[in-house]
Ligand binder design. Structure first.
Ligand SMILES: Nc1nc2c(ncn2[C@@H]2O[C@H](COP(=O)(O)OP(=O)(O)OP(=O)(O)O)[C@@H](O)[C@H]2O)c(=O)[nH]1
Ligand SMILES: [Mg+2]
Length: 195
């Protein structure tokens, strides 16, 4: 799948606003500030298709992007952002989980984690929730450029163990260098069953 001819479609704040489920859909989830929007920008080869920020909590709502007539990409708001009120966090959680549970065209959730951090409880919870709901997921360890080769492998192995992920199931990625981009494109095309 070539991530060209991409356009922003809409930002969804309640389920009634969802576009018709006519195209295969790939959602991008992860903790706040982990690099979800940057990863999408790298995939689509545009520096600022999706807004990126130094401040966590930049992405609000479910942001839909359409790739030609082939697929939808959905940039999800990050979880675990302490500065957002509890009530707002609960709203997000409810919206995201009901979206993930009910979306018939959803073919994969890319679960993005920071390669430098140890396994985080919220990521473990999301992965086991996705497993329970039989939703396909693809773990991606990002910000790989921030570590040297040796540390990269060491940290990846720690995350694998923490989340019970086999090394062949996940992708090491960097939005800065483009590392892992082609591998990710191939994996997503296979989930979406398109070339
Ligand atoms: N060095 C490096 N920095 C990155 C990478 N990916 C993201 N960043 C930086 O991390 C910060 C957060 O990136 P975003 O893409 O906005 O993260 P997000 O997960 O979309 O954040 P929210 O929308 O707030 O949940 C920005 O300063 C990015 O430039 C990467 O692979 N390498
Ligand atoms: Mg974002």
């Amino acid at each position: 799948m070539k991530f060209i001819d991409i356009k922003f479609l809409l930002s969804v704040h309640k389920l009634t606003q969802l576009p018709e489920a006519t195209l295969p859909e790939i959602a991008f989830a992860g903790r706040s500030n982990v690099g979800k929007s940057s990863l999408i920008n790298t995939l689509v080869g545009r520096k600022s298709m999706v807004k990126v920020s130094g401040r966590p909590g930049k992405t609000q709502g479910l942001n839909f992007f359409q790739i030609s007539e082939e697929a939808y990409l959905v940039d999800l708001p990050g979880y675990g952002f302490a500065k957002v009120s509890r009530g707002m966090q609960d709203n997000w959680q409810t919206l995201i989980s009901s979206y993930l549970e009910s979306r018939t065209s959803l073919c994969c959730v890319v679960v993005i984690m920071d390669l430098r951090h140890e396994a985080k409880v919220q990521d473990t919870q999301l992965i086991s929730w996705l497993k329970q709901h039989s939703i396909n997921y693809l773990p991606v360890y990002t910000k790989a450029d921030k570590l040297s080769g040796n540390l990269r492998q060491k940290n990846a192995a720690i995350l694998d163990a923490g989340h019970t992920i086999h090394s062949s199931q996940r992708i090491l990625f960097s939005a800065k260098t483009g590392m892992g981009k082609e591998e990710l494109e191939r994996a997503l095309a296979s989930f979406a069953k398109i070339d």
